[in-house]
Write a protein that binds this ligand. Sequence first.
Ligand code: ATP
Length: 229
Amino acid sequence: MSLLKISQLTKSYATPEGSRQTVVDVPQFDLAAGEQVAVRGRSGTGKTTFLHLIAGILEPDSGSIHVGETEVTALSESGRDRWRAAHLGYIFQTFNLLQGFTAFENVLLGTAFGGRRPFPEKATAMLERVDLAARRDYRPRQLSTGQQQRVAIARALVNRPPLVLADEPTGNLDPHHAAEALGLIRSVCSETGSALLLVSHDEAVLNAFPRIVDFATLNQAGTPASEVR
Ligand SMILES: Nc1ncnc2c1ncn2[C@@H]1O[C@H](COP(=O)(O)OP(=O)(O)OP(=O)(O)O)[C@@H](O)[C@H]1O
């Protein structure tokens, strides 16, 4: 059964020259519940824009995105914010941790949304799962890059979201820590039953996945050759 269902999705941006450039034109894309898929694609071809559309961070020009029973593209901005907090995990290349908060507080914030009380016991269990119980009171700057990404993984997965999006999650890590973070993301997603859609340039990362999608075959929006690296 499809968890994520995308149909006729388009997104354009205004260019500095005053025209519009279509960056995403995805006629169709499906992801099954619990499925793990890697997306390969060149820089500047719209992968981050695609993930931001799925997350409801951006609004498309046209088309629809369903995640489970929810039509994300039919929600208001505040509705999308509430839906995202409750139902989606997002892992960034740059971790995006709150610098003024400890590892534990960063994960705890992931459990509290829409006026719901936080769940300290869930945050504690997830920090233990990513092997950071001993660092719970450290702030992000006091953690190594690999540890920071493990906090971000814990934050993204603490609610057991049905869908996890990961945008180059190993891009700032050395090969050893990249492999460790990737293994952790994939195994925690399996444990929580979360589907995973992960974007990467890294062949070692891509090859770990049972299904690899080439973004160029998914996305019909042409990117000017001069912009593709
Ligand atoms: N807010 C914006 N306004 C105008 N153009 C934008 C905006 N955001 C992105 N773009 C353009 O859209 C294109 C796709 O950007 P996007 O970040 O989605 O690509 P990407 O495939 O994720 O790239 P990378 O792999 O380098 O992160 C780029 O040409 C970029 O310049």
